[in-house]
Design a protein around this ligand. Structure first.
Ligand code: ATP
Length: 433
């Protein structure tokens, strides 16, 4: 059998995502917009589950991290200070293969990194410009944020003043980011509008061993990715060589994933020293010694969409069942868009439909559920397999007599009878994460 990586070509995934309501081409009725995608009913659930699990793991369950939701459009001085605006002055070229950017004036014909072809030089910052208010002049010019991180840095003092945090502590944020990518593509892997989950973890470099913290973060994210079902066999950890590090970074590890279009960055972990807080002229005053200094920062920076693609690719399975091929998305329970699908055995028997509907309404109080009375049971199972629903619950005539129902397991396809009165407990055990 072909290995998993080969099973799921990008075209297969794009077509499954469209057909089953995960991801649609954006504004499709107007011919679409290149490299722009909309998340459908199951896609939005999957994406929300990823974000919620991130928040639960790194904000809710940790004493040392707080959350933030900063505005997308910030004072443009932010981007001057962060260094993002400076790049406007220098014409850049980008490698079409590895997407590294270089100043056009000190580069030959090919990418020095991978020998890929380079784009034409362009003055480029990647920032998406807009105007606030009715005049479109320089004073109204501003930008959509290219990363969520700066929203965290500029609020550093506010958070300190209002939460009385001691170092080390972190701030997490999830939100949209915009980059005028020269070469977007590969479905939701690289788009101009995307979503990030970032943490800035601040510490005193005199008191905290950064290497230990850095390794700790990498381990935490390995565990987290395992818990959301990213296939660990397709993950690689690329320690960026010293000479290739950004000037402010002491260490960066890119976590890479084997996508059908090659091994590419899934997310980054970087020790950014005091670069960002220094840019914004922000300091920390030790409450005991009154000593002022600039904390250092370690930054895990993840793309929600890229993570969703890795999760979808990891979950994708084609299995032979008898003569047929079963397509099944083996999402982890915590990420599955629909947790339980509830079916009446027959749609023309009101007593079955009513009982099934009653169970649906009860379970939907706790989980995302779906009611389906369309077509034969086999077809309904296949449909739920394709959207990765872990359990299907069928109400039949015995259910009315004996008070139990059939629970069918997505992965084993085994069916068991469970007492209706025990269903809440049964599913609570399955979905307690
Ligand atoms: P790449 O080299 O792929 O352009 P990057 O190194 O520029 O990525 P970062 O600035 O480190 O990316 O952003 C952190 C994370 O945000 C990336 O690892 C990725 O998951 C996500 N991300 C960045 N740019 C995009 C994009 N254009 N589309 C989707 N996700 C993105």
């Amino acid at each position: 059998m072909a290995n998993k990586k080969d099973q799921a070509t990008l075209e297969k995934i794009v077509s499954l995502c469209k057909r089953r309501g995960f991801v649609y081409p954006s504004s499709e009725i107007y011919g679409g917009l290149a490299n722009s995608w909309d998340y459908g009913p199951y896609g939005v659930e999957l994406k929300n589950n990823i974000k919620q699990y991130f928040w639960k793991t790194f904000v809710q369950k940790r004493e040392d991290i707080v959350g933030l939701d900063a505005a997308i459009i910030m004072n443009p001085k932010t981007w001057e200070a962060s260094g993002h605006l400076k790049e406007f002055k220098d014409p850049l070229v980008e490698c079409k293969k590895c997407h590294k950017r270089y100043r056009a004036d000190d580069i030959g014909k090919d990418c020095p990194e991978c020998k890929g072809e380079l784009t034409e030089p362009r003055p480029f910052s990647g920032l998406m410009k807009t105007f606030l208010g009715s005049t479109e002049d320089k004073s109204a010019e501003t930008y959509f944020r290219p990363e969520t991180a700066q929203g965290i840095f500029v609020n550093f003092k506010n958070i300190l003043d209002t939460t009385r945090r001691k170092l080390p502590f972190g701030v997490a944020q999830i939100g949209k980011a915009f980059r005028n990518e020269i070469t977007p593509g590969n479905f939701i892997f690289r788009t101009r509008e995307f979503e990030q989950m970032e943490i800035e973890y601040f510490f005193n470099p005199e008191k905290t061993n950064w290497e230990e913290k850095f390794d700790g973060w990498l381990e935490d994210f390995k565990k987290w990715m395992d818990e959301i079902g990213v296939d660990s066999k397709r993950l690689f950890f690329h320690n960026i060589k010293k000479e290739e590090l950004a000037h402010y970074s002491k260490k960066t590890v890119d976590t890479e994933f084997d996508f059908p279009f090659g091994r590419k960055e899934l997310f980054g972990l970087a020790y950014r020293t005091d670069f960002d807080l220094k840019n914004h002229n922000l300091k920390f005053r030790d409450p005991e010694t009154q000593e002022e200094f600039i904390p250092h920062v370690i930054e895990p920076s993840l793309g929600v969409d890229r993570m969703a693609l890795a999760v979808i690719l990891s979950a994708f399975n084609e299995e032979k069942v008898g003569e047929e091929t079963r397509l099944v998305m083996k999402f982890k329970n915590n990420l599955a868009p629909v947790k339980v699908a509830i079916f009446p055995l027959l749609r023309n028997r009101p007593e079955l439909v009513n009982k099934a509907r009653e169970l649906y309404l009860e379970l939907a109080k706790n989980y995302m559920c779906e009611f389906d009375d369309n077509g034969n049971i086999g077809k309904r199972y296949r449909r739920q397999d394709e959207i990765g629903t872990p359990y299907c619950l069928t109400v039949d005539f015995d259910s009315l007599e004996k008070g139990d129902a059939t629970v069918r397991d997505r992965d084993t396809m085994e069916q068991t009878r469970v007492k209706i009165k025990d269903l809440n407990n049964f599913f609570r055990d399955k979905f307690s994460a």
